[in-house]
Design a protein around this ligand. Sequence first.
Ligand SMILES: NC(=O)c1ccc[n+]([C@@H]2O[C@H](COP(=O)([O-])OP(=O)(O)OC[C@H]3O[C@@H](n4cnc5c(N)ncnc54)[C@H](O)[C@@H]3O)[C@@H](O)[C@H]2O)c1
Length: 445
Amino acid sequence: MSEISVGVIGLGNRGSSLLESMMACPECRITAVSDLYEDRRKKGIDIVVQHGGKAPKEYANWMDLVHDDDVKVVVIVCDWEMHIPMAIEAMKAHKIVASEVAGAYSIDDCWKLVDTYEETKTPIMLLENCCFDEFELLTTSLVRHGLLGDILYAHGCYGHDLRGEITGGNVNRHYRLRNYEHRNAENYPTHELGPIAKILDINHGNRFMRLASNGTRPGVGLEAFVKDSRCIDSTLAGQKFAQSDIVSTTLVTEKQQVVTIRLDTSLPRFYAREFTIRGTKGLAQGDQNLVCLDGVRLDTSLPRFYAREFTIRGTKGLAQGDQNLVCLDGSIPEIYETNHFYEKELNNANAYKERYQCDVWKNMTPEQRKLGHGGMDYIEFRVLFDCILKGKPLPIDVYDMATWMAITPLSTLSMEKGGVPVEFPDFTRGKYRERESQDVVELPK
Ligand SMILES: NC(=O)c1ccc[n+]([C@@H]2O[C@H](COP(=O)([O-])OP(=O)(O)OC[C@H]3O[C@@H](n4cnc5c(N)ncnc54)[C@H](O)[C@@H]3O)[C@@H](O)[C@H]2O)c1
């Protein structure tokens, strides 16, 4: 079997866990690692060796890794600020790039990414692992088979209580802290937006036309949390934060579909991405593992069950009517009570898996499911390495990467102007009209 030599830049939380997912792919050889910190480089080398690999070369300067002849693929897993500069340098050195997710810092940077790709023709893929998750791919298959009809609306969020990670930034050497101190943006749009953009064929016959964002009063959740005994950094007492706890963004596509996304990372909550796809024939909701097709129950002009989605969020807890749910900070249950509808319908999506789920998920072994995020990280690298070995186009390309990352600076621009709609650039320069739909894995016929 051909080998693929991989250099990894960034060996913090995510980098060290990705090493395991990559090494579960037999053709992957980790030949070099780089991090600013020696202890993290050593830990990364140990992980490679523990998983049966040869000790990779160690670089304090990432540029040396990029220019190492024994590195064919550069995997970027570092602080958000460095993703685009590193990707550009690696493409110029004709190294295949696989970059972890982040929002961009300017539209200009997104254009530089696209221009460098077009000059060098070096393959690049955004490592948006949620595009490979089980429910998102099942839904993509349902959409491609026409079961959900004409898709008109989609919703998602990045709902993850990161108050500990953000305010632990000085102690844990983590980049989120400085971002939340100094910037207000939809700073992490791609987990929820990636699978939605794929389903809507963004950059493949469709595109985002405009976006509008609004944020809550900046800093409230974090400024409360730094006074809490759970904050591990007492030097942050009195610190001000520029970031809104909730940033709500509405995007409109050329086909006049509406997409809403929400950044939701600094108020008490449980993890959720709220992946929702609505069409003329049905809906799919990831958090409830729920598929409702028309005829099941019809209360409005689009098929759906009755709901008012009553939700109140504050610095000390949340209340959600549809789930009959009150969660107070510090005591948020891992599994919550559901109302009668959910009791009856929960997990009904399983019934569609046999016919519509893709083979990569059907064939997953229990060991592969244990790899990062229930196995989706493994599938992501399985697909990346397969494409490289077979010389196939990478499924989340530079145009997707620029488009999805551009949401961050565009959201800031919109918020600075009071939430007005801002135009979305077409990074394909019109090519989206001819680009055919491209799913991230092969779906059942
Ligand atoms: N896809 C996912 O599910 C997922 C999950 C977590 C994090 N991430 C992404 O992974 C990336 C890393 O996140 P993390 O939580 O592991 O952060 P982290 O701070 O734990 O790790 C980042 C590492 O990058 C290193 N680094 C920074 N600049 C560098 C440079 N110039 N040269 C070499 N190394 C450098 C840092 O020293 C640090 O060790 C982020 O982009 C984040 O958005 C993705």
